[in-house]
Design a protein around this ligand. Structure first.
Ligand code: C5P
Length: 193
């Protein structure tokens, strides 16, 4: 059985960095599931059709990291048929040997509810906004408003809302260095294996 690590959390919480580091440490596959929603939103047209016909070429577009792509992603991510069209791909990815790390919003709650390790990575709004502003070279106040709007939409939607799974380990990275956050995540994975 492949070992699955499910990582969820709000935007700019550090979950992507932790997911990449865990995958490298254990030699696991890694999927940033936000990219699936960003690529679906960026294709334009009918979002359900866009999700159903997503290709690896769509995932490699260079414009997917922008704040606008994040907003578009969170709007189409609230559509149940869009989410349904992306489930199989994510579950097949998670089934790869020797293991996989998937990060997103509903990995521990919907996509991989039986994952032996679920992490919910979070950080204060202000710290997440400061990180995203530094990353994108953007204004901190603008980033704060953008993150809060997206988090609210992601948390309040009816289908697969952002929330920690009942058995998730919560990792607050507000006052942790990247190295310390990664070390804690590795320790949790060692415990779960
Ligand atoms: O993680 P990232 O910021 O790239 O995600 C972009 C958007 O995609 C999120 O704001 C959320 O609306 C959506 N998403 C989701 N479920 C996931 C991953 C991302 O709804 N598993």
């Amino acid at each position: 059985m492949p070992f699955i690590i499910a990582i969820d959390g709000p935007a700019a919480s550090g979950k992507g960095t932790i997911a990449r580091a865990l995958a490298a440490h254990f030699g696991f596959h890694h999927l940033d599931t936000g990219l699936l929603y960003r690529a679906t939103g960026a294709k334009g047209g009918d979002p359900v059709l866009a999700a159903q016909t997503l290709t690896s070429g769509d995932l490699n577009r260079s414009d997917l990291r922008s704040a606008e792509a994040g907003q578009a992603a969170s709007r189409i991510a609230a559509i149940p048929e869009v989410r349904a069209a992306l489930v199989d791909f994510q579950r097949r990815f998670a089934a790869q040997e020797p293991g996989a790390v998937l990060d997103g919003r509903d990995i521990g709650t919907v996509i991989c509810p039986d994952a032996p390790l679920k992490l919910y990575v979070t950080a204060s709004d202000r710290i997440r906004a400061a990180r995203r502003a530094a990353e994108l070279g953007a204004d901190e106040a603008v980033m704060l408003a953008e993150l809060q709007e997206r988090d609210r939409r992601d948390s309040e939607r009816a289908t697969a809302p952002l929330k920690p799974a009942a058995d998730a380990v919560v990792l607050d990275t507000s006052h942790l260095s990247i190295a310390d956050a990664i070390a804690r995540a590795i320790a949790e994975a060692d415990r779960a294996r």
